[in-house]
Design a protein around this ligand. Sequence first.
Ligand SMILES: [Zn+2]
Length: 172
Amino acid sequence: MSIFGNIFGQNATGMVDAGGQADTKEGAAPETAVQKSDAQWREELTPEEYRVLRQAGTERPYTGEYWDTHTAGVYQCRACGTELFTSNEKFDSHCGWPSFWAPLAEGTVRYIHDRTLGMDRVEVRCAACDSHLGHVFEGEGYGTPTDQRYCINSVSLRLVEKEGPDDAPSGN
Ligand SMILES: [Zn+2]
């Protein structure tokens, strides 16, 4: 199954077409579980977190905290704490950003057709607080189970390391 079929075919549920410039008018935010004003986000987030999460910015490649991390654990949304990705789906894409071949579960992220910067991309946002996470690409030949690459900013995530002995299967 491909999310791209849904996105580029018919409008998927909850799909928003944000082709133009991001508009951060007050009250324009979609209905999400976490509702905060722009002022609240500014107060709670660092300037870099705010720029990426709330203004759909992108951190510079190879500079983020997690692009080369192999620690077992769960990656939460830096803005609201929702669990979004796990280390089980993280893979080495060598693109300079943390890369996952699938989200933790269906519905934890939402997709927005992004035509900014002259590119046709699919933006990935946290479904709970509508913060920007990154983009998802497909068909790049990475040899992962989905052939998708969720290219996510480190600053959008917070890794919560798995507790206790590492009993995750490795090297299979
Ligand atoms: Zn969130």
